[in-house]
Design a protein around this ligand. Structure first.
Ligand SMILES: Nc1ncnc2c1ncn2[C@@H]1O[C@H](COP(=O)(O)OP(=O)(O)OP(=O)(O)O)[C@@H](O)[C@H]1O
Ligand SMILES: [Mg+2]
Length: 336
């Protein structure tokens, strides 16, 4: 059951400034995530996925826009409040296990570590809670193992237990299955699904793995620091497929419309129309918005024999009232 939006991100901008370079990592990102949602973010390398997750996780400060998480305005938190926020509101799982686990501690000691910083539990309570969390991710039998004695998938499951140590409402995972095989990746996703279902935890997963992303109820694609399209599981299928653990082929795909009425048209679509300038024609026709190449591209000479332009005149992109998205069956984004 989904609640109100727990992550509200409006027109979020992040600029990284280095000595001689400015990188616009997020260019007005719009994305709301409901409490209790299990969703995935996909996108090419450098599109801004980790940047977004780091902003939500309080690991870095956004440059402009609005970001509210669990009722807290992340622009307004002072350093002390931000530390508190990182300890209690969000849990983080990284792809790189060395960042998640301390190598000289056992699994059980690792899970207790975050609890030491918050207080409130004595040693016995911390240990009990750690064992409970290890059981939850199916790792109770490895409680005494150290990092080097665990497989990549096992390390990831312990990383999830560590992220949950202080009972956060939100779990953020950046490429949690990036360094394990498909079978292990599926198992880790099952752990996320159980946590989502049983604890009502909000879970945001950044992934390159298309198969994995198809097993969650919503997939948002980021392109060049903006949300470009969304795939949402069809409700009628959801319950039926949930019982057998498959969501494949059950998503509806939408293009994302921002507050100013902008949508991103996939580059391949524009190329297939032969649009190379910065203008298109847009008309309403039979309750549909039709986008087509301009008759004449003012600042461009026709190339070669002009067949490109001929094709451009015929090509059109349609959007209907019900579905403002490109025609179905297409993936929102191709990984490079
Ligand atoms: N600390 C930083 N300083 C400068 N530029 C940065 C920094 N972190 C990220 N960037 C730049 O911001 C852009 C977005 O990076 P980000 O790490 O969010 O991409 P990503 O979608 O997570 O990519 P990947 O799939 O490769 O992990 C990139 O151009 C990257 O080079
Ligand atoms: Mg990344």
């Amino acid at each position: 059951m989904l609640g109100e939006d727990i992550i509200i991100c409006e027109n979020l901008v992040k600029i990284y400034k280095t000595k001689d370079l400015e990188v616009l990592a997020l260019q007005g990102l719009e994305l709301n995530i409901a409490a209790g949602e299990l969703m995935a973010i996909i996108g090419n390398s450098g599109s801004g996925k980790s940047t977004f997750l780091n902003m939500v996780g309080g690991l870095d400060r956004p440059s402009a826009g609005k970001l509210t998480v669990d009722g807290k305005n992340l622009f307004k938190l002072n350093e002390r409040e931000l530390v508190e926020y990182k300890r209690n509101t969000v849990g983080f799982v990284w792809q790189n296990n060395a960042r998640n686990l301390l190598p000289y501690l056992s699994a059980c000691q690792n899970v207790q570590m975050p609890m030491r910083f918050t207080g409130g539990k004595n040693e016995r309570q911390r240990r009990e809670r750690a064992l409970e969390l290890l059981e939850m991710v199916g790792m109770g039998h490895k409680k005494d193992s150290r990092l080097s004695q665990l497989s990549g998938g096992e390390q990831q499951r312990i990383a999830i237990a560590i992220a949950l140590a202080n009972d956060p409402r939100i779990l953020l995972a950046d490429e949690p299955t990036g360094s394990v095989d498909t079978k292990t990746g599926n198992y880790i996703l099952d752990v996320f699904r159980d946590l989502n279902k049983n604890l009502g935890l909000t879970i945001v997963i950044v992934t390159h793995d298309r198969m994995l992303s198809k097993k969650v109820s919503r997939v948002v694609a980021i392109r060049d620091g903006k949300t470009s399209s969304e795939m949402i599981v069809k409700q009628s299928y959801a319950d039926r497929l949930d019982s057998i653990g498959m969501f494949e082929e059950a998503h509806d795909e939408y293009a994302v419309l921002d507050k100013a009425g902008r949508v991103q048209i996939p580059r391949e679509f524009l190329e297939s129309l032969g649009v190379s300038g910065n203008k298109v024609r847009m008309e309403i026709e039979d309750g549909k918005i039709v986008i087509s190449a301009p008759e004449e591209e003012p600042d461009k000479e026709p190339e070669g024999d002009g067949t490109g332009r001929q094709r451009a005149k015929q090509g059109r992109i349609r959007g209907t009232k019900e579905k403002a998205a490109p025609p179905g069956g297409k993936e929102p984004e191709e990984d490079a």
